[in-house]
Design a binder for this molecule. Structure first.
Ligand code: ATP
Length: 323
C-alpha cells in the first residue's frame, strides 16, 4: 500500500473531523500518501479527490460536521456505480480506503471490498451508537451531551408550568441516546425500540402512575417507527388524561451538530490511528472498535448486524431512580 483514501459518508457526526485528522496524520507518519475523497462514495464516482498533507487537517479537531462533506449516493448501490468507483481508485493510485460512517456506509464498504478484493478499514461514525463491536461510536457522546443540555432547559419550563413533556431524540432504531439521555437528565422514562416489542411501554408507565406527586414529567422517546415517535405517544396520553398539560419537543438536527466532546475527540483520534495500524497489519474489511478501552478489529458483517444489545442494568437504573 502506497496511498490511502479517506471519505466520510452517511449522516455527519461530531468527531468525524478529528477522525479525518487522525487517519491523515497517522498515514503520513507511516510513510503513506493520503487523498481526501469528497462527498462520500459520490466523490469516487465524480472524481472529487484531493491530495492531503498534514496542513490540510490543521485546526479541525474541534469542528463538528465533516470537512470532506458527506452525501447519500444511490449509484454506489449498483454494480455499475461501484465499477466507476473502482476505476477512479485505480486512476488516482489509491490502494486502500478508510471510510467513516454508519451502518449503510459500512454495508457499502463490505460489498465493494468483497467485489473487488480491495482493502477497506471502517470507522464507526454515527451519533446513533448502533454499531456492534464498539462501546461507543464517534459522535454519540457529543449528541448525548447536546440532548442533556436541551432537556435541562426544557425541564425549567416543564417544572414551572407543571407539564408533561415528550421529547423525541434521534437514534434510528436504537435507544442508546434516549435511555442514557433519560438517565443523565433525571427523566421519568425512556421509550425505546428495543423494548417496544416486549411490552407497551406507555401503558406500563401509565399503569405505574408515573406522574405521582411530581410537578413535571419528562419522557424521552427514541425516534423510530417501532416506538411511534413522541407526537403519537403524546396524543395517546392526552386522550386518556385530558387533565394533563402535555407538550412535545422534537430535538431534531441540533443533535448532530456542535464541537465534539473530549471523549469523541479522543475516540476518533485513537480509532483513526488504529485504522492505519490495521492496514499495516494487512487487516481488511474490518471496523475499528474500542471495547473495554481496548482497540479491536471487528469484521464488517459483525459490526452491521444491527443487534447491539441495550444494557438491562441501565434500564433498571432508570426505573429505580425515577420513582
Ligand atoms: P447514519 O447511520 O448516520 O445515517 P449511514 O452510513 O448508515 O449513516 P446511509 O445513508 O445508510 O448512512 O449510507 C451511506 C451511503 O452508503 C449510501 O448513500 C450509499 O452510498 C452507501 N450504501 C448504503 N447501503 C449500501 C448498500 N447496500 N450497497 C452499497 N452501498 C450502500
Amino acid at each position: 500500500i502506497k496511498c490511502v483514501g479517506i471519505l466520510t459518508s452517511g449522516g455527519d457526526a461530531p468527531g468525524m473531523n478529528a477522525a479525518i485528522r487522525a487517519v491523515t496524520r497517522a498515514a503520513i507518519y507511516n510513510g503513506f500518501e493520503v487523498k481526501g475523497i469528497y462527498r462520500g462514495y459520490k466523490g469516487l464516482i465524480t472524481g472529487e479527490i484531493t491530495p492531503f498533507k498534514t496542513q490540510n487537517v490543521s485546526n479541525i479537531i474541534q469542528l463538528g460536521g465533516t470537512i470532506l462533506k458527506t452525501a447519500r449516493c444511490q449509484e454506489f448501490k449498483t454494480p455499475e456505480g461501484r465499477k466507476v468507483a473502482y476505476d477512479t481508485l485505480v486512476k488516482e493510485g489509491i490502494d486502500a480506503l478508510v471510510v467513516i460512517g454508519g451502518d449503510g456506509t459500512l454495508t457499502g464498504a463490505r460489498i465493494f471490498a468483497t467485489e473487488y478484493n480491495y482493502p477497506i478499514v471502517g470507522l464507526p461514525g454515527t451519533i446513533d451508537n448502533d454499531l456492534y463491536g464498539t462501546d461507543t461510536t464517534i459522535g454519540y457522546d457529543t449528541a448525548l451531551n447536546t440532548i442533556m443540555d436541551a432537556v435541562d432547559k426544557i425541564r425549567d419550563t416543564a417544572t414551572s408550568h407543571e407539564r408533561l413533556f415528550f421529547i423525541e431524540v434521534m437514534g434510528r432504531d436504537a435507544g442508546f441516546l434516549a435511555l442514557n439521555g433519560a438517565i443523565a437528565t433525571g427523566a421519568e422514562a425512556a421509550i425505546i425500540p428495543e423494548i417496544s416489542t416486549e411490552v407497551d411501554q406507555l401503558e406500563e408507565l401509565i399503569k405505574n402512575g408515573f406522574r405521582k406527586s411530581k410537578n413535571s414529567s419528562i419522557v424521552l422517546v427514541a425516534e423510530s417507527p417501532i416506538t411511534g415517535g413522541a407526537m403519537h405517544l403524546a396524543e395517546r396520553v392526552q386522550k386518556e388524561y385530558p387533565q394533563y398539560d402535555v407538550r412535545v419537543t422534537i430535538l431534531g438536527h441540533i443533535q448532530r451538530g456542535g464541537s465534539p466532546t473530549a471523549h469523541d475527540r479522543i475516540l476518533a483520534s485513537r480509532m483513526g490511528s488504529a485504522a492505519i495500524d490495521a492496514l499495516l497489519e494487512d487487516q481488511r474489511n474490518v471496523m475499528i472498535g474500542i471495547r473495554n478501552n481496548e482497540i479491536e478489529y471487528i469484521p464488517f458483517n459483525k459490526a452491521i448486524k444491527n443487534d447491539k444489545p441495550i444494557d438491562r442494568e441501565l434500564l433498571n437504573t432508570l426505573r429505580k431512580l425515577s420513582i
